[in-house]
Design a protein around this ligand. Sequence first.
Ligand code: ATP
Ligand code: MG
Length: 434
Amino acid sequence: MSDSPQAPRGTYDVLPVQSAERSLLIEIAEEEFELAGYARIDTPIFEETTVFARGVGESTEIVSKEMYSFTDQGDRSLTLRPEGTAAIARAYGEHGMHKLPAPVKLWYYGPFFRQEAPQAGRYRQFFQIGAEALGSDDPALDAESIALLDRILRRAGVEGYRLRVSSLGSAPERRAYSEQLKGYLRDHDAELSDEVRERIELNPLRAFDSKHPGTIEVMKGAPKLLDTISAGDRAHFDEVLALLDAAGVGYEVDPSLVRGLDYYTRTVFEFTSDRLGAQSGVGGGGRYDGLVEMLGGPATPGVGWAAGVERIVQAGEIEGARTPGELDVFVALETGADRAAAFALASKLQESGVAAVIELAGRSLKGQLKQASRAGALRVVIMGGERGQYDAAIKNMDGGQQHELSGLTADDYLERIIESLTEDMEAATAESAQ
Ligand code: ATP
Ligand code: MG
């Protein structure tokens, strides 16, 4: 057993070969967010613990079992953010965003932390993209939010995904329903999993999420919240569905859909992909009309979602990913050549937007040419001569042609080499366009 440190359990490194695809996904998402009028927000990686304890809810699995909480040197209880919505609701109140024209539409991207059992598609540090729209309870905002995630998943090449939607109604009906469901669960407690039985009083709705066969059987016959919501909430939900139809977004109404956070009201939804195995959730969200107020801000309706970056990348087919380290020019050196001049050339090229590197590993000229081709360089500039009196050869790596520049001086060598490279590249572009 070696004692060299490893990435903490449930975390992973994003290596260069993996990061191109992720960056492209974020670009796609950003483009879609902007098209729908969402502006980026970044909240701190840690918050006062109460933001999540109050916002997400003490009875939820996230708060009761999964938070990375710690006390800092000033004796404050802080928590690495396990999700984004509560923090954004906190920021909305803190910055008086209710004074901005409604709805306020915000998007985010970043790492989140939950102490879960690590497995494929489930990590302790994972990345989410997310969208929140605050200040309006118009069902069109729900439908737009859902359609936005649908579009991002489509553009990321996620195939075979399902969208399930439901409505959790509002607090009074939900409270009454919760009592009814507790009664039903107590009547069937012998058939339930221990975990569900222990949480009947605390969080009976979570029984719908259980993977335990006996519980699943019992839940098939359970009363459904969707049947008990008020006429107003029902009309709101019907309008969301009608607008999804109008936007051509396919969905299934699933009355057993519940979400693991306490703040949801009315619309809830979840996208799943059959390409993901057991951790099939790609993204989900819903409406949270009481959340901002719960965190001390003014009463503000809101709706939003979060989606897992790892899961989208895994389920998707993201096209056009740039290969890492794509190289335009490799600056090679003949034996005894002026390294400072070569260095200045590479630096000047980078400044003008050309990807360029200089030999840094002490290779022979032959070794340098081999390295240039391994690195995928399009051109090699071979610097020769001595300090103040240079010559250079420009080698085209796919055509193999080479042309020489000689009699270069300290005053003009940068200009002349770059001019020649530019002509060469322009000629190649013109040729490939024909
Ligand atoms: P799950 O049912 O997979 O536990 P969740 O309901 O806890 O998901 P949300 O809190 O709604 O998930 O987060 C939205 C999305 O974030 C999920 O659909 C999933 O893609 C991703 N996600 C959540 N937890 C993790 C995790 N531990 N590792 C990787 N991705 C995650
Ligand atoms: Mg979860």
